[in-house]
Design a protein around this ligand. Structure first.
Ligand SMILES: Nc1ncnc2c1ncn2[C@@H]1O[C@H](COP(=O)(O)OP(=O)(O)O)[C@@H](O)[C@H]1O
Ligand SMILES: [Mg+2]
Length: 243
């Protein structure tokens, strides 16, 4: 299957008090529809930077980002904004909800179609993330985990083929986490490419591919199912002899 989203030779550096920090070096990554990709790595390893580059929010210093076959390199801001609206759903680590608007309005705001339809879709999406009863609450009247779920509902408003989320289970209790993980699996099963930055082992176990960022470079681990099988074999010597 061809990749929905691709990073090719991506590099990014920041200059901090005269010192150059190479955050990403020569990163190649391809994410496919129908799959959950997890990005892991210690704090400061560049996960958010890479996710923002994949989300066309930060341009890379080197390399290209290809979205659904379109090379986005050097595209004007307005064209990037159009592409983001049509093809990408981005869940920010800090949610980025507008404080003066209700949950419903926050979710409906980026909708590109008719107002009525946007509100109806927003209601459905809030129900899907378990927040049907919170549609009229403003972000300040919601817990961190609830705001996180509103942010995910907003990311889905234009039915994007690619969903990117930065630590989406960071603030959730076990029940909400289960609900969200089931939702991510559903989104992938619908054919979307889902990319999750995470520290959470449960999320890694759910992922089809896990990439680890180390010293700005990407190392890819085996898919979760293969990892599970190989640990089972290693830990259980009877596995091979069991008929
Ligand atoms: N706008 C910026 N200016 C300078 N340095 C930055 C900027 N954004 C990120 N960095 C640095 O880049 C590194 C990677 O940051 P980030 O991508 O946020 O890591 P992670 O999400 O893995 O914790 C960190 O050392 C951070 O300090
Ligand atoms: Mg981060």
């Amino acid at each position: 299957m061809s990749a929905l989203l691709k990073a090719v030779g991506v590099g990014k550096s920041y200059s901090l008090r005269g010192k150059r920090v190479d955050v990403l070096r020569d990163v190649d990554l391809a994410v496919h529809g129908g799959e959950i990709t997890a990005l892991v790595g210690h704090s400061g390893s560049g996960k958010s930077t890479l996710l923002h580059i994949l989300g066309l929010l930060t341009p890379p210093d080197q390399g290209q980002v290809l979205l659904d076959g379109t090379d986005t390199t050097g595209s004007p801001d307005a064209a990037l904004a159009d592409l983001r609206r049509a093809k990408l759903g981005f869940v920010f680590q800090s949610y980025n909800l507008l404080p003066q608007h209700s949950a419903l309005r926050n979710v409906a705001l980026p909708f590109t179609g008719r107002h009525r339809e946007g509100e109806a879709r927003a209601r459905d999406l809030l129900a899907r993330v378990g927040l049907a009863e919170r549609a009229d609450h403003q972000p300040g009247e919601l817990s961190g985990g609830e705001q996180q779920r509103v942010a995910l509902a907003r990311a889905l408003i234009n039915d994007p083929p690619v969903v990117l989320a930065d630590e989406p289970t960071g603030n959730l209790d076990t029940d909400s986490e289960r609900l969200l993980l089931d939702l991510f699996r559903e989104l992938a099963d619908e054919g979307r490419a889902v990319v999750l930055v995470t520290h959470n082992q449960t999320v890694c176990d759910l992922a089809d591919t896990v990439h680890r960022l180390e010293d700005g470079r990407l190392a890819t681990q085996a898919p979760a199912t293969e990892r599970r099988e190989s640990t089972a074999t290693a830990q259980d010597p009877e596995t091979e002899t069991t008929p």
